[in-house]
Every structure is written in C-alpha cells, then in structure tokens.
Write a protein that binds this ligand. Structure first.
Ligand SMILES: [Zn+2]
Length: 131
C-alpha cells in the first residue's frame, strides 16, 4: 500500500447508514463500494473467527459477534479509483459518536503510524457512497 499511496492516504468513516447505501451500490456494480464492502466483510469475519479479536481503533474495546462495531474507518491510498488495498479498522459504539471524531482518528494515526501526518484537505460528508 505504501508504494501505491506514495505517501498520500485517505480515510473514510463508514457509518451504518453509509455501509447500507454502499452495499446497495456494490450490488449495482460500483467498484469502490465493492472494495469497501469486501474489506468490511473480511473485518467482520475476523471478529468471529480470529483470537485475540480485533479492538476499537480508538480504545481497548474488543469486538465480538455480540459487540459489533459502531462504524468502520477505511484507510487506503489516495486515488480516484476503487482502492486495491484497504486497512480496515472499526470504532466501538462509544468511540463512533462524540465530538471531534476526525481529530481523534488523526491523533491515533499520528501516534501509531506517522508522527508527521497532516491533513491536505477534508471532504464532508463522505456520502452518498464514498465520493
Ligand atoms: Zn472505542
């Protein structure tokens, strides 16, 4: 993904509403929606089959079939086409709501991946279907 991105990444927050719309778009053949949907399906499969299970991107909350994510965060190379590689994370219900969600996600990415990460631009809302 590093070479694909050439240092420029994007992330999108996928709320349940967006995931539903994205699933409809994926069924209609939208390649971007299909890529995100497949990444979500893989994430959910890991929740149910892999131990230790996955944790919330922003806290120590663990997911299970009884504690599903409140939202997903998809990180990929910044490109116009459907992303080929997606790092899918998820947020627990508590972390998916509240003030400054983008700021909290950026702080987490700075702490865990890239200390000098900066925002080039922000597009909101990322709906309908992940423009
Ligand atoms: Zn959390």
């Amino acid at each position: 993904m590093q070479s694909e991105a050439q240092g420029v990444f994007k992330y999108v927050i996928l709320t349940p509403e967006i995931v539903l719309d994205m699933s409809v778009a994926a069924l209609a053949g939208d390649r971007t929606a299909m890529a995100y949907r497949q990444a979500i399906e893989s994430f959910l499969d890991c929740i149910c089959t892999v131990r230790p299970t996955r944790q919330c991107l922003l806290c120590d909350g663990e997911f299970s079939s009884a504690a599903l994510p409140g939202a997903f965060v998809a990180l990929s190379a910044h490109r116009e086409e459907a992303p080929q590689h997606i790092v899918m994370s998820a947020l627990c219900d508590g972390c998916a709501v509240g003030a400054d969600l983008n700021g909290r996600i950026m702080r987490k990415y700075r702490e865990s991946m890239c200390p000098d990460l900066r925002v080039l631009y922000s597009v909101h809302p990322v709906h309908p279907v992940l423009q």
